[in-house]
Structure formats: structure tokens, C-alpha cells
Ligand binder design. Structure first.
Ligand code: PLP
Length: 404
């Protein structure tokens, strides 16, 4: 008899965004005359930059020609892309990351979820609370988290590092030493960032305890403040304790194309074992790589023209973030984030739970956001709005929220 992996049964029945989708669908069916504005799901809305489209067309033509056709991509990704990433994302910022330490993939979600496979099941994981749910979910599926306690809304063996307004939504060093530390900055959902000195403390801590930091920098390109690191490798000693994830999704609108990468420095060891060969083996076996044409599109993001075009898109979204953040504050709400990230993290009014506020906002304002509790127990009484909508919808949504 085939048996299921019963770790999957520990997961809550439905994924956060499926529950939201169902509630919105039910509401629209009952209220066909109401026009709903979505500021909930973290997906981009601007079309791909012209430089990216040109690169895609060119690469498609190459694939149709016997002299330039490309088959399977190399395991780590094409060197034309890895070289430019190493130069522009790292060396230009003083980070010593070589092209062969970069593994190109089909996005950060796969990598953040899959990376745990190279670590033993007896590792203790720590996550920011609240945070992007993939880190906990993938460790639950692997069997590293213990049972779920519905009262506490926590998995027994996970160290939840509270990120609250008291600590500026950045975690304090936990009392119990974790083996694997997931950090996500700029943070989804709070929009918070860590300053360089703060991140350096984590790097020193991880090196002292032989822990590994799994650093998700998917929103790095939204950083606007000069003292906020774009990469963990800006910290001294990070090559010896950290893996970093990057994505082209929010940087250049690749959510539908799929492109990301993971950095594993060759100097990174744990318990005396090199991690680079483990991920190279895993990546080579289960390659979730990106097609040639998509890697060429990614390369175009680094051209002068491509860079300028994606920076304009980011500026557009960040102007939306400003409209949301200022609008909420004018209306008397407590709001955080939106300065170095496309997310605004608001406190729910009148101590409403985050799902109560979700329903209230949907019914009274016909605006959809994301309940904070979906990102972890400390997200309760908070609510996430995203800056990825059109300008018009963003402005209209804020007008509606102001008149609630
Ligand atoms: N990491 C974080 C923190 C995210 O919020 C997201 C997407 O929302 C991802 C990774 C996924 O990125 P990708 O589209 O590259 O899979």
C-alpha cells in the first residue's frame, strides 16, 4: 500500500491565499454590482520592461535556428547571467561573490522551499514571526517542526522570533540557539528592514554557534535607505554562515516568467561539511532551472536600458506605497513599512482580529487585503496592503478606506 507523507497532514487545510480567494469569490457572487479592488496578493501588475521583451524575442528567434538553438541549460545556469549577477548585484556592492557561487533557478519560492532538503531533520529552525509562509510550510512537509498547536497557533519545534512594533519588526536573538535561521529583509509582510549593524550581529551569532542563516532578499531592489544592506554578504563573515535567495519577480516583474537565484559561497560549511556541493548535487538532480530565453530576459535587466526601465517600475510601486501609507496615517490608522518594501503593515482598528478586519474591509470598502495572522501568530491584529496595484486603484482604495 502506498503511504502518504503524513507531515503534510499537519498543515492547515488551505493556504492563506486560497481562503482569501474563496471569500472574495463568495462576496462577488452575492454582490455582482460591487467593484472590488485588490491590494492583497503580492503580484506585480506592470508589464515587462521593453528591454526584457526585446531579449525574449531575440532568444526565441535563436531557439528556432539550428545554429543558435539551445537545449538543456547548464546545472548552475548560463554563465552570461551568473557573471553579470556576480558583478552587478555583489561585487559592485563590495561583496565577494563569484559567478560559480550563484545557482540560477525558476524563482525564490522553489529555492526557499527546497533548501531545507540539504539539512538534516534534527535541525531546529527559527523564523521571523510574522513572515512569508513558505519557510515554515516546507519544514512542516519535511517533518522538522513537530505537531501544530491550534491554541498557540504554532508548530511545537519551531522557534518563532517575534517581530513587533516594540522591536521595530526585527527579531531579537532567541534564548534557544537555532541551527537554521530564516531571515527575510526587506520583510514580507511587515516591510521592515534590518540595518547593517543589526544584520552583522546575526552573522556573528551564526558564526559563533555554527548555525546557518537562510537570507531571503527577494525585495532587495525596493530598499531606499542608504544604511540598509542589499545583501547579507555586505556583513563581515557572512560567506561562512549564510545562504542568500534572490528573485526577479518583484525586481523586474518576472512573476509569470519565473527567475531567481540562490547564493551558496564555497567557504560555507556546517559541522565541517561544505554546503556548495550538496546544493550542486541537489540542483543537478532536481533542477528547477530557468529556460534559456528566460535567462536571456534576466540578463537584459542588467543592461543600462533594462536597469532604467525596471527602476521606473519600482519607483511607480513605491509611489503607490507612499499613497497607501500616508493615506492610512491621515485616516488615523497605525501603519508601518512602505519605505524599503512594497508592503504596508497596518494595525487593525478597534482591536479587530485580522480576519474580522478582512471581512469588514471587503464588505464596507470592497477592498481586499491580507490578514496578518496568515503570516504567523504575531501577525494577529495586523493587516497587509500591497503597493502592486495600478495608481488609479491604489488611490481609489485609499479613498474608500478613509470613508469607512
Ligand atoms: N520570498 C519572499 C519573501 C516572497 O514574498 C516571495 C513572493 O511573494 C518569494 C520569495 C517568491 O519569489 P518568486 O516569485 O521568485 O518565487
Amino acid at each position: 500500500m502506498a503511504k502518504v507523507n503524513d507531515n503534510y497532514l499537519k498543515l492547515p487545510g488551505s493556504y492563506l491565499f486560497s481562503t482569501i480567494g474563496k471569500k472574495v469569490k463568495d462576496f462577488s457572487e452575492k454582490n455582482p454590482d460591487k467593484e472590488i479592488i485588490r491590494l492583497g496578493i503580492g503580484d506585480v501588475t506592470q508589464p515587462l520592461a521593453p528591454a526584457v521583451i526585446d531579449a525574449l524575442h531575440k532568444a526565441v528567434d535563436e531557439m528556432g535556428n539550428a545554429d543558435s538553438f539551445m537545449g538543456y541549460a547548464p546545472d548552475l545556469g548560463y554563465s552570461f547571467l551568473r557573471e553579470v549577477i556576480s558583478e552587478k548585484d555583489f561585487k559592485a556592492r563590495g561583496c565577494d561573490i563569484e559567478a560559480d557561487e550563484i545557482f540560477v533557478s525558476d524563482g525564490a519560492k522553489s529555492d526557499c522551499g527546497n533548501i531545507q532538503e540539504i539539512f538534516g531533520l534534527d535541525n531546529r529552525i527559527a523564523v521571523c514571526d510574522p513572515v512569508y509562509p513558505v519557510y515554515v510550510d516546507s519544514n512542516v512537509m519535511a517533518g522538522r517542526t513537530g505537531e501544530y498547536d491550534p491554541q498557540l497557533e504554532r508548530f511545537k519545534d519551531v522557534i518563532y522570533m517575534k517581530c513587533t512594533k516594540e522591536n521595530g519588526f526585527t527579531p531579537d536573538i532567541p534564548s534557544e540557539v537555532p541551527d537554521l535561521i530564516y531571515l527575510c529583509f526587506p520583510n514580507n509582510p511587515t516591510g521592515a528592514v534590518m540595518k547593517k549593524e543589526q544584520l552583522q550581529e546575526w552573522v556573528d551569532y551564526a558564526n559563533k554557534h555554527d548555525s546557518v542563516i537562510l537570507y531571503d532578499a527577494a525585495y532587495e531592489s525596493y530598499i531606499s535607505e542608504a544604511d540598509v544592506p542589499h545583501s547579507i554578504y555586505e556583513c563581515e563573515g557572512a560567506r561562512d554562515c549564510a545562504i542568500e535567495f534572490r528573485s526577479f519577480s518583484k525586481t523586474a516583474g518576472f512573476t509569470g516568467l519565473r527567475l531567481g537565484y540562490t547564493v551558496i559561497p564555497k567557504s560555507l560549511k556546517t559541522g565541517g561539511v561544505d554546503l556548495w556541493p550538496l546544493w550542486a548535487r541537489r540542483h543537478g538532480t532536481k533542477y528547477n532551472g530557468a529556460p534559456y530565453i528566460v535567462q536571456r530576459a534576466g540578463e537584459a535587466v542588467y543592461s543600462a536600458e533594462g536597469r532604467k526601465q525596471v527602476e521606473e517600475q519600482i519607483a511607480y510601486y513605491m509611489q503607490n506605497a507612499k499613497i497607501i501609507s500616508e493615506g492610512l496615517k491621515d485616516a488615523g490608522f497605525e501603519a508601518y513599512g512602505g519605505v524599503n518594501a512594497p508592503y504596508i503593515w497596518m494595525k487593525t482598528p478597534d482591536n479587530m482580529t485580522s480576519w474580522e478586519f478582512f471581512d469588514y474591509l471587503l464588505e464596507k470598502g470592497n477592498v481586499v487585503g491580507t490578514p496578518g495572522s496568515g503570516f504567523g501568530p504575531s501577525g494577529e491584529h495586523y493587516f497587509r496592503l500591497t503597493a502592486f496595484g495600478s495608481r488609479e486603484n491604489t488611490e481609489r482604495a485609499i479613498e474608500r478606506i478613509k470613508t469607512l
